[in-house]
Design a protein around this ligand. Structure first.
Ligand code: IPM
Ligand code: MG
Length: 333
């Protein structure tokens, strides 16, 4: 198994080493391929990612990614979006699950749902024109794109509570009618219980009644926005992982960004990146190993081995060591 490791910029350089330390403890057969991509590289060389890098990434089976600062150049194309497109990573999967002892903004922990975000089209089509007096971006919804994300979401729902919520804005965006219709058809075909919500009322409902949801499927930008909002339900952006899934490839990244304001201080929370390792192990079918990470995270949280975003004083690296140490001991028993 070949794993590209992309720390990227800012806190990506702190949280990824912590996550890799945890991954290494399992002693699995990984060939790690480190790649330096992003803003720092762009500043040094004028390129954030080359065609050759994309080929190297394609030659791997999966990617563990930190975060990349957006390059301040109007012609710059996001590294992350380029990789998603080049590898056709069509499903962005973002579990929203409370962690032991951590209360988010709503003070509740009775929810457990997954946002499945279409990851290749919608308002991220890249088809746009920027002018002095008129700028526009084309919002693309295709039957194929909607079908495959709905399929993914329904398969996931069947492994969970068999409940799907389709989030859209088809009262205004007529393009969403296709998305809604296709999702309904696919859910019916799978025998998945489904309902739909307009994205604005969904935002409210997720804050008021997060316990109602199981699998939430939506278009690209809505999924982007709702997933950051839902990080507040969990308690910190530093606690939510995500997986970008394609046909035979997967790319794991924390939902948080490169956080230049706290970068280099060693205070960033590595738990989202460590939960990405858990998602990687699950994707590989290593369910037992993945569950050890849950145990390790409960252990660090219960023992207040936590970073300042959660009210602690422990460093990024120390949290990483503590999780790795717990897994090491659990593997011995
Ligand atoms: C995310 C990020 C990206 C997105 C940005 C960095 C391009 O916000 O993964 O949610 O918009 O998809
Ligand atoms: Mg986002």
């Amino acid at each position: 198994m070949k794993l590209a490791v992309i720390e990227g910029d800012g806190i990506g350089r702190e949280v990824v080493p912590a996550a890799v330390e945890v991954l290494d403890v399992f002693g699995l057969e990984f060939e790690k391929v480190p790649l330096e991509l992003g803003y720092a590289r762009w500043e040094r060389t004028g390129t954030a990612m080359s065609d050759e890098d994309i080929e190297t990434i394609k030659g791997c089976d999966a990617v563990l990614f930190g975060a990349i600062t957006t390059v301040p150049d109007p012609n710059y194309k996001s590294v992350l979006l380029t990789i998603r497109k080049e590898l056709d990573l069509y499903a962005n999967v973002r579990p929203v699950k409370p962690l032991p002892g951590i209360m988010g903004v709503t003070g509740r922990n009775d929810f457990d749902f997954v946002i499945v975000r279409e990851n290749t089209e919608g308002l991220y089509s890249g088809i746009e024109e920027i002018g002095q007096d008129l700028s526009w971006t084309k919002r693309v919804v295709t039957r194929k794109g909607s079908e495959r994300i709905a399929e993914y979401a329904c398969k996931l729902a069947k492994q969970r509570k068999n409940k799907l919520t389709i989030v859209h804005k088809s009262n205004v965006l007529k393009s969403d009618k296709l998305f809604l219709d296709v999702c309904r058809q696919v859910a019916s075909a799978h025998g998945v219980e489904y309902s739909d919500m307009l994205v604005d009322s969904m935002a409210y409902s997720l804050m008021m009644h997060p316990e109602r949801y199981d699998v939430v499927v939506t278009t690209n930008l809505f999924g982007d926005i709702l997933s950051d909002m839902c990080a507040a339900l969990v308690g910190s952006l530093g606690l939510v992982p995500s997986a970008n899934i394609g046909e035979n490839y997967a790319f794991f990244e924390p939902v948080h960004g490169s956080a230049p304001d706290i970068a280099g201080k060693g205070i960033s929370n590595p738990l989202a990146a460590i939960l990405c390792v858990k998602m990687l192990l699950e994707w590989m079918g290593k369910v037992k190993e993945a569950s050890l990470i849950d145990g390790a995270i409960s252990h660090v949280l219960e023992n207040k081995l936590i970073t300042p975003d959660l009210g602690g004083t422990v460093s990024t690296a120390e949290v990483g060591h503590a999780v790795a140490e717990y897994v090491k001991n659990a593997l011995k028993t």
